[in-house]
Write a protein of this length. Structure first.
Length: 233
């Protein structure tokens, strides 16, 4: 929940700055959350007025998400299954989320390419994952799973972690371009999360699909530039 609040604030700022949506930036936005789990991020986006589709390979996650959304009076389109099976080929979204999911798939490039096909022209894809470094092995596996036990043992396999360059190469081949990258630090003892410059453990990256035609916000600029980095230390 602590990390979710940090990400939600980032997404709201990203949507407003990159999609040029002022006032109620999320209202009417088409959002796809791949690997949505029980809907932790789907629900606040739906409350802000987004048209949210959440998919997850685990049917029990989708069942829990649907039950909770009904209890909260939220209309969220939850679907169980892999993206290729759960989505129609012609479905397009303004924002596609891949949060803590690419480090669990067998073929990262194919998975990213499949997700990128659903990003509308002028739309965004945001991914968060873990870098494949010795530091991430020490902190994300030994520390998180064995020392502090904030994750069940076996949650992660170090060889599946994804280097930032690998993720960026996969998105570029899928027709997207990088606009932002930042590290994320979680302190289990203090139960706090913050953005940091170090991307050698947890990191988030944002990508944009270029415009096609008219009627979409200008993604302009050649250098990566996401939301304000004032909070990144």
């Amino acid at each position: 929940h602590v990390i979710n609040r940090l990400r939600l604030a980032y997404l709201l700022e990203l949507i407003e700055s990159r999609l040029a949506r002022r006032g109620r930036p999320v209202h009417g936005l088409r959002v796809l959350d791949i690997g949505c789990g029980a809907g932790l991020l789907c629900e606040p986006l739906a409350r802000f007025g987004a048209a949210v589709t959440g998919i997850d390979a685990a049917e029990k996650n989708i069942a829990a998400a649907r039950a909770h959304a009904i209890g909260e009076g939220l209309r969220i389109d939850y679907r169980a299954g892999a993206p290729a099976a759960a989505l129609r080929a012609d479905e397009r979204f303004d924002l596609v989320l891949l949060l803590e999911v690419v480090e669990h798939v067998d073929d990262v490039e194919a998975f990213v390419a499949g997700a990128a096909r659903h990003v509308a022209p002028g739309g965004l894809l945001v991914a968060s994952t873990i870098d494949r470094t010795w530091k991430s092995f020490a902190l994300a596996i030994v520390g998180a799973e064995f020392v502090f036990r904030v994750l069940p043992r076996g949650t992660h396999q170090w060889r599946r972690f994804v280097r930032p360059a690998e993720l960026e190469a996969a998105t570029q081949r899928a027709g997207l371009r990088s606009i932002d990258r930042r590290g994320m630090r979680y302190l289990p003892v203090l139960h706090r999360a913050s953005w940091v410059r170090d991307t050698s453990v947890n990191y988030l990256a944002a990508f944009a699909r270029p415009q096609q035609g008219h009627g979409s916000a200008d993604l302009g600029g050649d250098e990566p530039s996401g939301p304000s980095n004032e909070a990144v230390r």
